[in-house]
Design a protein around this ligand. Structure first.
Ligand SMILES: Nc1ncnc2c1ncn2[C@@H]1O[C@H](COP(=O)(O)OP(=O)(O)OP(=O)(O)O)[C@@H](O)[C@H]1O
Length: 227
């Protein structure tokens, strides 16, 4: 895969009309997100504001009372069924413990040489089972599997959590390369790392509404998200 080539056209994933209630408590309403190939879009918000829920709605694994997810205008109800369109990194670890690292990468069709090129230490981990890795190594492997897979859009729920600072930097560099051919949606409470790589950032407020950030740090302070 040539990551230096530009996408032929800029695919666009749009999300709106989302209504998600848990036990009559509205979590999401008035959401709008746009993710374009060639860009990184960030979503920030306080703990419990509904970021993971929104990602699950987009990927089609959480049913909402209402939602509209479109890629180039075409409705996508079960993103997880379209492996070449969407890949998703959940917040919680998800790889079965018995799978070896090399098997995980193969399952996602993520090129091993590319993984090793960015993270050389992956090479010696290839024969290890997931349950033989440390928490940070596990997170690194699942993040690599998701971002390097052939999907046009990748949705990343807290990819930096659990990684050491050097790996976060390497991941940021790789994501900046990958965005040339993919659309990337990311949330993480390492918000300075998120802001550094994003072309657009949305804030999910406590009313379940997304607001595109213009004065990033000030708006994050106003929400009581960052000091
Ligand atoms: N299955 C569920 N049933 C009921 N309430 C839920 C369910 N899943 C999540 N919630 C609630 O919905 C709200 C949003 O949760 P969500 O995990 O989407 O937030 P988040 O923004 O990703 O939070 P964090 O930053 O802490 O990861 C929380 O108040 C949570 O308790």
């Amino acid at each position: 895969m040539d990551h230096n080539s530009k996408p032929d056209r800029r695919m666009r994933l749009e999300v709106d009309g989302v209504l998600l209630e848990y036990k009559h408590r509205k979590i999401l309403q008035n959401v709008y997100l746009k993710i374009e190939a060639g860009e990184v879009t960030g979503l920030l918000g306080r703990n419990g504001s509904g970021k993971s829920s929104l990602f699950e709605v987009i990927y089609g694994i959480r049913s909402a009372q209402n939602s509209s997810v479109r890629i180039d205008g075409e409705f996508i109800r079960k993103g997880y069924q379209h492996k070449n369109l969407m890949a998703y990194l959940p917040q919680k670890s998800f790889i079965p413990g018995h799978l070896k690292v090399e098997e995980v990468l193969k399952l996602y069709q993520s090129p091993v040489d590319e993984a090793i090129c960015h993270f050389p230490e992956i090479e010696q981990l290839l024969p290890y089972r997931s349950n033989q890795l440390s928490g940070g190594q596990q997170r690194l492997v699942e993040t690599i599997a998701v971002i390097a897979c052939p999907a046009s859009f990748i949705i990343l729920d807290e990819p930096f959590s659990n990684l050491m600072p050097l790996h976060i930097e390497t991941l940021r560099v790789w994501l900046a390369e990958l965005k040339k051919i993919k659309g990337i949606l990311i949330t993480d409470h390492y918000y300075r790392d998120v802001l550094a790589i994003c072309d657009h950032v949305y804030l999910l407020n406590l009313e379940g509404k997304t607001i595109q950030l213009t004065e990033q740090i000030q708006q994050l302070r106003d929400l009581g998200y960052a000091s």
